[in-house]
Write a protein that binds this ligand. Sequence first.
Ligand SMILES: NC(=O)c1ccc[n+]([C@@H]2O[C@H](COP(=O)([O-])OP(=O)(O)OC[C@H]3O[C@@H](n4cnc5c(N)ncnc54)[C@H](O)[C@@H]3O)[C@@H](O)[C@H]2O)c1
Length: 335
Amino acid sequence: MKRVLIIGSGGIGRRHLRGYAATGRASLSIVEPHAERRAEAEAMFALAGSYADLDEADLSSFDLAVICAPAHLHVPLMLKCAAAKLAFMVEKPLAVTMEGVDAALEAVEKAGILARVGYIRRIAPEVLAVRQQIHDGKIGALKLAYVNSSQEFPKYRPDFQRTYYARPEMGGGAILDAASHTFDMLVWLMGRPVAVGAMYDRLVLEGTDTEDTCLVNICFANGAMANVTINQFQKPNISQASFIGTEGNLFLEHSVLSFADDDSGHWKDRHDYMDGLVPTEAHQARFTLQANAMLDALDGKPCHLATLGEARQNLQIALAAKKSWQDRIIVSIND
Ligand SMILES: NC(=O)c1ccc[n+]([C@@H]2O[C@H](COP(=O)([O-])OP(=O)(O)OC[C@H]3O[C@@H](n4cnc5c(N)ncnc54)[C@H](O)[C@@H]3O)[C@@H](O)[C@H]2O)c1
């Protein structure tokens, strides 16, 4: 049994608690400063320990931390894990500014600990299939990606005005909160980003200081380009990604992946990676897969979850997108 400390038992913290519990390989403890939420988690899960503050917990008694507090707290929490040489997974996004990020990455490197970032789509079978098929050369050289991920966010997160989502300085909004998942997929498939141009605004949602819409263009070091479109108010739930190569296209719509290499208008090799599954259950099951991947990594097995370095590039895209629209410029990303 690995001793796992979940830091923050809000929305995503509870998904991780369920996910790690379902592995049968972890004994679980939490840190949760909000007394009512802590009591709820204590009632919902069989916990080995429960703390109001990270400083109350003896970090040397754990094998893994899962950082699930809002993103503006990720850097100080990563530093505490590094100081205690405690392996961790931190939720996305890595941070909300670059301040302290490089120092935290350096501290982790020096501590020599396992550290990954919770971009859950890396576990999704349909995203793994896209990556494998591109790797196998099915569409030739990947040159372009168009992604549209848009839905009525308040329907899925009714408390959005009261969470970090409403506050840009806590990591809320379409860019840092939602688009960040897509940026991870693109960094994974297309490599290092070098330039970003964007527009964004709060077009509809009330009661937040964050953008509910963004249009982001990214250029990668290998010359490939991507366009990411997100709005968080439209009624239909759209999730579409086209991967356009020199020999054909892959088209991912939610969990359905199709392929075309001619202009017949017919898609081939259509496969639904969630066929027969209940979407909410399948989504929760992915947190168990992710938990198993982290526990396997602790045992020394290979791990393809996002690294801190990849999440840093992801954050650079998000911050460049914000700067681009604020300054009305295309922003270069230099390493
Ligand atoms: N991977 C995903 O699909 C996904 C989905 C939702 C949220 N997230 C990410 O997870 C993080 C948290 O989001 P959420 O929706 O769970 O937010 P939330 O507001 O529901 O929960 C955050 C919890 O952290 C607690 N907290 C605050 N300060 C803390 C501290 N110092 N130590 C420990 N706990 C602390 C809060 O009391 C709260 O219970 C964000 O970075 C968010 O972007 C990821």
